[in-house]
Ligand binder design. Structure first.
Ligand SMILES: Cc1ncc(COP(=O)(O)O)c(C=O)c1O
Length: 384
């Protein structure tokens, strides 16, 4: 369902198991699991106590439903989605399938999350390509700073949709167009955005997009996703598991080894992806997002973060990335952060985190106005 004029959503705290006195403003760290997802996971885990109830079909049905639900979030097809337990795993698949030459560059942003840096340091080392790190721009305009470094020698651009430290936004449509102009590959780590910020792969046209589930997808740890562009779906996976091969539905015939793979991006699925405990968790969480819709989630969180940013400036003189340069769901407050501040806030049941130079405040639909009041009360006292 698309909604061109979304209304903010009321608090959905009743769907989560969060005590009243806890102000959890840290979705960018780990989201709480919705109650429905926990129940689905309990049912899934219990099945392993009765393996005779697990049929060969069960290895496929839930995985395919989850593939389709995730695909919808990024305007992809289910065939374009592979399961990757971590962003590092997804990027390893990408690095295995992208050719860069010694004369080329690999472009990343300063202070990017390591799972989207180490694979490229390794690729640079193996190929002799130069790793270019775009410095943090003083005006927070990552897009302009990045576009200035995409040139004819660029072989690969590996970036997020928003910076994980403070929500600094990257215009991926412009970056995608620049990559196409120079023939560079584009790899996106959208862990801190998909689920809360729309991403349209048909418009951006990336080669690979990796997303961990356990933050903005409200899902489990170690069951994430890799979008693989149709032009990359003939590639070579980093591992070879039985279920990724053609006709793996026929368990009796698995010893008839096949050269052919299952359709689309499925060849890149991690081994044992039919995870009977976690797949139902991912499915339940993705269904919730589908009901709320991403535009409504974004609208709701944008209002919340804008109000917090404005109040932090007015009441405490604390700065953040300007609204037009920031992803709406994501806020990083920038000030001289006392090293013990997160622990002092946590002692009062206010949960945020510090990454780089920013204190991240990343609310979600479980938050209430009372959580924000509590954040400011504790911050005021701590900074006095
Ligand atoms: C931007 C970003 N990417 C990825 C991850 C997680 O990476 P991985 O799935 O490789 O552990 C995090 C976790 O904080 C993150 O902030």
């Amino acid at each position: 369902m698309t909604n061109s004029n979304p209304e903010p959503l009321p608090s959905q705290r009743h769907l989560f198991d969060i005590p009243d006195d806890v102000a959890f403003l840290n979705c960018a760290y780990i989201s709480p699991l919705p109650k429905a997802s926990l129940a689905a996971g309990e049912r899934g885990l219990r099945r392993k106590t009765r393996p005779w109830t697990i049929a060969p079909d069960d290895f496929f049905t839930a995985s395919e439903a989850v593939r389709a639900l995730f695909a919808k979030l990024i305007n992809a097809e289910a065939d374009d989605i592979a399961f990757a337990p971590a962003v590092s795993y997804g990027m390893a698949q990408a690095a295995h399938n992208i050719a860069v030459a010694k004369s080329q560059t690999i472009v990343t942003l300063a202070e990017q999350f390591p799972s989207n840096v180490y694979p490229w340091m390794d690729l640079a080392e193996r190929t002799g390509a130069a790793l270019v790190t775009v410095p943090r721009p003083g005006n927070d305009d990552w897009t302009a700073a990045l576009l200035a470094r995409i040139e004819s020698s660029t072989g690969l651009v590996a970036v997020p949709h928003c910076h994980w430290t403070d929500g600094g936004l990257i215009d991926l449509a412009a970056v995608g167009a620049a990559c196409r102009r120079v023939g560079a590959a584009l790899c996106i780590d959208a862990t801190q955005s998909v689920g809360a910020l729309p991403l349209d792969v048909k418009r951006v046209d990336p080669d690979f997009v990796a997303v961990a589930s356990y933050k903005w997808l409200l899902g489990p740890y170690s069951l994430g996703f890799l979008y693989v562009a149709p032009r990359r779906q003939g590639g070579r996976p980093i591992e070879h598991n039985w279920i990724a091969r053609r006709d793996s539905e026929n368990f009796a015939g698995l010893v008839n080894y096949r050269r052919e793979f299952q359709a689309g991006a499925r060849r890149f699925d991690v081994g044992e992806r039919s995870n009977f405990a976690l797949m139902p968790v991912a499915e339940a969480s993705l269904k919730l997002l589908d009901e709320w819709t991403v535009p409504q989630i974004l609208k709701t969180l944008s209002r919340r973060t804008a109000a917090i940013a404005e109040r932090a400036r007015a009441e405490l003189g604390i700065d953040s990335v300007a609204a037009h340069r920031r992803a709406g769901h994501y806020l990083g407050l920038r000030f001289a952060i006392p090293p013990d501040l997160p622990a002092r806030l946590a002692a009062e049941h206010v949960h945020v985190s510090v990454r780089g130079q920013a204190m991240r405040v990343t609310p979600h639909l479980w938050n209430t106005d009372a959580d924000v009041e509590k954040l400011f009360a504790v911050l005021r006292a701590a900074l006095r």
